[in-house]
Design a protein around this ligand. Structure first.
Ligand code: ATP
Ligand code: MG
Length: 352
C-alpha cells in the first residue's frame, strides 16, 4: 500500500501576511500620492497624467517584487530539479537532490525532489544488479565454453582411439548441458520474477507428486549408494503442482549432490492442520551459518568443491516459488554433519 505523503497545504501564513502588508502599503501610497496631487492642483489633465505615472511606478514595483519572489520560490527549485533530471537522463544515477524544508513541511517541489531521489536510488540498484547479473552469467558460460572449445579441438585428431573419442564426446555433452541448464534456469527465474508464469492452482495428491520426483532421482541415489528414507502422510492439497515440482527437484538434487557416497537422505511429508510440512534432510557436507544466510541469492555457491555442478540458481528458484505460493522455507545445517531444508505450505490442505 502506498504511504500517504506529508505535504503542507501550500498556504503559508507568513507569506500571506507579507502579501497583505505589501498590498496595504501600495494602496496607502496610492492614496497619499493622490492627496498630495489634489492639494497642489485642480487641473484634471495634470491629475490624470500624474495618476497614470503613479500607476506605472506602482505596477513596475509590484512586477519586480513578484519577479524576485518567482526567482526564489519557483525558478530556483525548478532549475535544481531540471539539472538533476538531466544528469539522471545521462545515466548518472548517483545524483541526489538536497531537500531544504524539514519533513512534514514539504511543499510540492520537495515532494518531487524526494521522489526523484527514490527513483535515482532504484535505478542505481537496478544498474548494480544488471552488471552483477551479466558478469555472473558470463562467468558461468565461460568455463563450459572453454571446455567445449578444447575438446572439440582435441576431437579433430584422427589418431584417437574409440574409447578416448567417446570420453571426449561425453565431456562435450556435459559442458553443453551445463549451458542449457543455466539458460533454462535463468529463463524460469526471469519468468517467475516478471510474474509471467501463472501459478495454475489445482487439487492434487502431494504424496504422489513427491514420490514421483524422488523416483526420478533413483539412479543417482543408487549410484552413490545413498540410504534413502521417505516418510509421507497422505496429503491432498490445492496449490500449483508444476511450480512445486521445481522445489522438490532442486531440494532433492542438492541433497544428493552435497551428500557423499554411503550417506543418508530423509524426506518427510507431514500434515499439520491445514498446512503441509516437507523436510529434506541429508548427512552431507552441511554449511556454516554465513553460507546459510546467502544460499537463496542468485549464483551463490557455498561449497566450492561442487561449483562445477550447477550455477547457484536452484535455491533462488525455490525461494521465488515459495514466496509466490505464500509459504516458508528454512534451513538448519551444521558443517560436515548435514542439512535439513523445511518447507511449510500454508493453508493448502484440501478436504472433501
Ligand atoms: N543440501 C545441501 N547441503 C549443503 N549445502 C547446500 C545444500 N543445498 C544447497 N547448499 C549450498 O547452497 C548453495 C546454493 O544452492 P543452489 O541449489 O542454489 O546452487 P547449486 O546447487 O550450487 O547449483 P544449481 O542449483 O544451479 O545446479 C550450494 O552451492 C551449496 O553451497
Ligand atoms: Mg542446486
Amino acid at each position: 500500500m502506498k504511504k500517504k505523503k506529508s505535504l503542507s497545504s501550500g498556504f503559508s501564513f507568513t507569506g500571506a501576511v507579507w502579501f497583505f502588508c505589501l498590498i496595504a502599503v501600495i494602496m496607502q501610497m496610492a492614496i497619499l500620492i493622490y492627496d498630495y496631487i489634489r492639494e497642489r492642483t485642480d487641473n484634471l489633465t495634470w491629475i490624470a497624467i500624474l495618476i497614470l505615472i503613479e500607476i506605472v511606478i506602482l505596477a513596475t514595483f509590484c512586477t519586480i517584487i513578484d519577479w524576485v519572489r518567482r526567482k526564489i520560490m519557483v525558478d530556483k527549485p525548478t532549475k535544481k530539479i531540471l539539472d538533476a533530471t538531466d544528469k539522471i537522463a545521462d545515466g548518472n544515477f548517483s545524483t541526489r537532490l538536497e531537500i531544504t524544508h524539514e519533513y512534514g513541511k514539504y511543499n510540492q517541489y520537495d515532494l518531487i525532489m524526494e521522489n526523484l531521489n527514490k527513483m535515482a536510488i532504484e535505478l542505481q540498484k537496478n544498474e548494480v544488479l544488471k552488471t552483477d547479473f551479466i558478469s555472473n552469467v558470463s562467468h558461468e558460460i565461460k568455463t563450459p565454453l572453454a571446455v567445449i572449445q578444447n575438446y572439440a579441438y582435441l576431437l579433430q585428431d584422427n589418431t584417437l582411439d574409440n574409447e578416448t573419442r567417446k570420453s571426449y564426446a561425453k565431456t562435450l555433452i556435459s559442458a553443453s548441458k551445463r549451458i542449457t541448464d543455466l539458460i533454462t534456469n535463468i529463463l524460469k527465474l526471469n519468468k517467475l520474477e516478471n510474474q509471467e508464469i501463472q501459478e495454475k492452482h489445482e487439487i492434487f495428491n502431494l504424496t504422489e507428486a513427491l514420490s514421483d520426483s524422488v523416483i526420478e532421482f533413483e539412479t543417482l541415489i543408487e549410484n552413490k549408494n545413498i540410504d534413502l528414507n521417505c516418510d509421507f502422510d497422505d496429503v491432498v492439497i490445492f496449490s500449483s503442482k508444476s511450480l512445486l515440482e521445481i522445489v522438490w527437484n532442486n531440494l532433492i538434487s542438492n541433497a544428493i549432490k552435497f551428500t557423499p557416497n554411503n550417506g543418508k537422505i530423509e524426506i518427510s511429508l507431514k500434515r499439520k492442520d491445514r498446512n503441509a510440512e516437507i523436510k529434506v534432510a541429508d548427512t552431507g557436507c552441511g554449511m556454516t551459518s554465513e553460507t546459510g544466510a546467502k544460499i537463496f541469492e542468485k549464483f551463490y555457491q557455498g561449497d566450492t568443491s561442487h561449483s562445477t555442478q550447477g550455477n547457484g540458481l536452484g535455491l533462488a528458484l525455490v525461494k521465488k516459488v515459495i514466496d509466490i505460493l505464500g509459504g516458508e522455507i528454512t534451513v538448519q545445517s551444521e558443517l560436515n554433519k548435514g542439512s535439513t531444508f523445511t518447507i511449510l505450505l500454508k493453508d493448502v490442505v484440501y478436504e472433501n
